[in-house]
Write a protein that binds this ligand. Structure first.
Ligand code: 5GP
Ligand code: ZN
Length: 140
């Protein structure tokens, strides 16, 4: 897609520190890392959010994310990882091309768990919310 920074990275029009690549997915280091080895995993095809990604690529992108974790564990001796997607504008997504953040975590690094990014507990009871969700037309 024209004017998309990540499409330009895919096309080689913008330089990046690529660390892994398949026919449909690439991974490269974030330009503004929040941790050593902070990596992004993206589909080569331009989609904005996860639900726009076809199932086959959803499997592939998770497979690559697993490989990238293995690479970062071996090279940087990471103790753990936070895997996250800002999946839409309201979630803080700035670049509208789907990207999975792979953040290496180290014991005592002072970071918090992923739950700390949202503080919006529901007013309704959990079973009521579950009922609402189960009524949707999405089948397994
Ligand atoms: P978002 O807020 O959209 O979820 O995150 C975008 C991420 O992409 C940020 O972590 C940002 O540092 C990274 N980023 C933005 N522009 C570039 C770039 O040109 N190259 C690379 N490698 N990362 C970028
Ligand atoms: Zn794009």
């Amino acid at each position: 897609m024209e004017n998309c920074i990540f499409c330009k990275i895919v096309d080689g029009k913008i330089e990046s520190e690529k660390i892994y690549e398949t026919a449909s997915i690439i991974s490269f280091l974030d330009i503004n890392p929040k941790a050593p080895g902070h990596s992004l995993v993206i589909p080569k095809e331009h989609v904005e959010i996860l639900t726009e990604l076809e199932d086959e690529l959803a499997c592939e992108i998770f497979k690559v994310t697993k490989r990238v974790e293995e690479m970062l564990k071996e090279s940087l001796d990471a103790d753990a990882f936070t895997i996250g997607i800002n999946d839409g504008k309201a979630a803080g997504q700035e670049i509208p091309h789907l990207h999975i953040n792979v953040l290496p975590r180290f014991m005592g690094n002072g970071g918090k768990p992923i739950h700390s990014v949202v503080k919006n507990p529901p007013k309704e009871e959990v079973p009521k919310i579950a009922e609402k969700i189960r009524k949707t037309s999405i089948s397994p």
